[in-house]
Write a protein that binds this ligand. Structure first.
Ligand code: PEP
Ligand code: MG
Length: 600
């Protein structure tokens, strides 16, 4: 019966638009496919009349979805509605989280020697001789069958446990289904590469090449890369992501690649390794001769003059000093030139980032995004309590935000009927009405973890005083039910919805504190969705600052700010001048934010 029901149930469709400049590329596709596979229904994607199975990485990638492409996602079967909704929100989150590197700004550079221009992958300076990438093929004895080699490659990718390796693993899964031998695998990989050639997704070609190389290696055919013993700047057409790890054991000073793009996995890994790197035409660079790579200015000086070298070294020194200076002072309070202490807190999204925030000099946690606990399966009370406790142990001043799903954030077990405008639908504090059992368990875990510790709880997407008072009294009922004393907990709201701007006097009577979430406040002030592919609201607009001024002027309870604006170097002075004394920013921005405050 069920089979017939699935076969004859009506297909459901929505349109999704790619908003990231990177396109819908391998890493997000791998996560999307993983989620799609968990539903008992078919999932298909259609672009320009071509329909593919969206439960397979390579078929979904074959649509070559680029920024501004709108494709149709269709689900059919038992869990069609649930899948569609969950995939829609996951897609929006993936697009939003996929930080695009459009171009890294170049600093001015003038040199005496002949200069070659390039695009910056990773900033730094290197002065040494250029070395051309060389490989050597070595055939070892092979003891593995094709299937065993595939299994070994899976194992080694899994052991690396990085987003990039796991995305390659998903790609290998989809390739192996139709490959029965190394020869067919190679053919299939070449087909995929041909399809990607010339598209914006061509950056992913290296991932296919990398997989092939890794399977070949498991079969005994090793492609050995040779490096010089002394310092060198590596010139190559491109490098495979798996080759970047090998550079760590060499005297490498810089990398110049001809064919990569600033968003390829190779470029991402080079940035993470901190090696000065550039994209430039390597054919004009003399080999085994000293060159100067200045990837602050985005140039290679082909035969650098002594003055050029001094200039570049000075540049590197200045940058190191600036970075080291703010890093060395990251644990010091940030005082303005007038001596006012502005607290710099951290926005964290899991135990790891909370620990990182401590290392980076955070004075507290201004926003703990509690969504991290809610993955594909609902977390137990114990798991939630343990994670909260581990985070609470690190800081004395902590603000936890209750679950903020809905809108752009989805969960498979939180069933919200398909909404035409999810950003205006069931999200944030509105979940108290639709999913009280999940909220009860979360609050219970927070209370248990906070025993003996003064913490703050805030509710997201509050739009009326009644929403706040109801959520707070719900929290008190939960505490009573479990006989827990929560008199040490403060309750407040995030200011993200414009209606609150007109209700501050009334909120002053009931809340203990406010935290301004400029990410959502900006989107709702301008009615421009924060994930929209074509439109972008300006968080630096006078409208936003006027809203902030109105809040700070009317509020009689402490106000902090935790939206991205708090860490924006162009905003910090204005925020401090408006009277904001607590800025909550991402862990990596803490040192820099403190340094900026010291100049206000
Ligand atoms: C905000 O809206 O500004 C905010 C900090 O919350 P999130 O970005 O998690 O929606
Ligand atoms: Mg928000």
């Amino acid at each position: 019966m069920q089979l017939f029901k699935n076969l004859f149930s009506k297909p459901l469709s929505i349109q999704l638009t790619v908003t990231s400049s990177n396109g819908f590329h391998l890493r997000p596709v791998a996560q999307f496919v993983n989620e799609a596979k968990s539903f008992a229904c078919s999932v298909e994607a259609t672009l320009h009349g071509k329909t593919v199975d969206a439960k397979k990485v390579n078929t979904l990638l074959s649509l070559s979805l680029e920024k501004e492409d709108t494709f149709k996602l269709t689900t059919q079967g038992k869990e069609a509605e649930k899948a569609l909704q969950s995939l829609q929100t996951l897609f929006n989150t993936l697009m939003q989280d996929d930080k695009e590197v459009v171009a890294i700004e170049k600093e001015s550079a003038s040199y005496i020697g002949e200069v070659l221009e390039g695009d910056i992958i990773s900033k730094g300076v290197a002065i040494t001789s250029a070395y051309r990438y060389k490989t050597e093929e070595i055939q070892h004895d092979n003891t593995l069958s094709f299937n065993e080699a595939i299994a070994q490659t899976h194992k080694s990718l899994e052991a690396q446990d990085t987003d990039i390796a796991l995305a390659q693993k998903a790609l290998l899964t989809s390739l192996e289904e139709k490959s029965t031998s190394l020869e067919t695998l190679e053919q299939n990989i070449h087909k995929e590469i041909d399809a990607l050639q010339g598209t914006k997704l061509s950056a992913k070609i290296v991932d296919y090449q990398d997989i092939l190389q890794q399977v070949k290696k498991a079969l005994g055919l090793e492609v050995k890369v040779t490096f010089p013993k002394d310092a060198f700047i590596l010139l190559a057409d491109d490098l495979l992501p798996s080759e970047i790890a090998m550079l760590a054991n060499t005297e490498i000073q810089g990398v110049i690649l001809k064919e990569t793009s600033i968003n390829s996995h190779t470029a991402i890994l080079l940035r993470a390794s901190g090696i000065a790197s550039l994209i430039a035409d390597i054919s004009e660079i003399p080999l085994n001769k000293e060159i100067l790579l200045d990837s602050f200015g985005g140039v290679v000086v082909l035969s650098p003059h002594e003055t050029d070298k001094k200039k570049a070294q000075q540049l590197q020194k200045q940058h190191n000093t600036k970075k080291a200076h703010s890093a060395s002072k990251r644990f010091d309070n940030a005082l303005t030139t007038q001596g006012q202490h502005i607290k710099v807190f951290a926005n964290v999204g899991d135990v790891f980032s909370a620990k990182l925030a401590k290392e980076e000099g955070a004075e507290g946690i201004g926003l703990l995004r509690s969504e991290f606990l809610f993955k594909s399966v609902k977390p137990s009370l114990q798991a939630q309590t343990d994670a909260f406790k581990e985070i609470f142990d690190n800081f004395d001043d902590i603000t936890v935000r209750t679950l903020d799903v809905g809108g752009d954030k989805a969960l498979p077990y939180i069933n919200i009927p398909l909404e035409r405008n999810p950003f205006l639908g069931v999200r944030g504090v509105r979940l108290f009405r639709t999913h009280p059992e999940i909220m009860e368990e979360q609050l219970h875990a927070i209370f248990l973890a906070s025993e003996g510790k003064k913490i703050k709880i805030m509710f997201p997407i509050v739009s009326s005083v009644e929403e706040f008072t109801k959520a707070k009294s719900f929290a008190h009922t939960v505490a009573q039910k479990h006989q827990l004393d929560i008199s040490h907990i403060d309750f407040g709201i995030m200011i993200e919805v414009p209606s609150v701007l007109f209700l501050i006097e009334a909120f002053n009577e009931v809340v203990d504190f406010y935290s301004i979430g400029t990410n959502d406040l900006t989107q709702y002030l301008f009615a421009i969705e924060r994930t929209h592919p074509l439109l972008q609201a300006d968080e630096l607009s006078p409208v936003v600052f006027s809203a902030l001024k109105s809040i700070v002027t009317k509020a009689t309870k402490p106000v902090s700010i935790c939206g991205e604006l708090a860490g924006n170097a162009d905003a910090i002075e204005r925020l401090v001048n408006l009277g904001l004394t607590t800025l909550s920013v991402s862990p990596k921005s803490i040192a820099q934010t403190k340094e900026t405050i010291r100049h206000v």
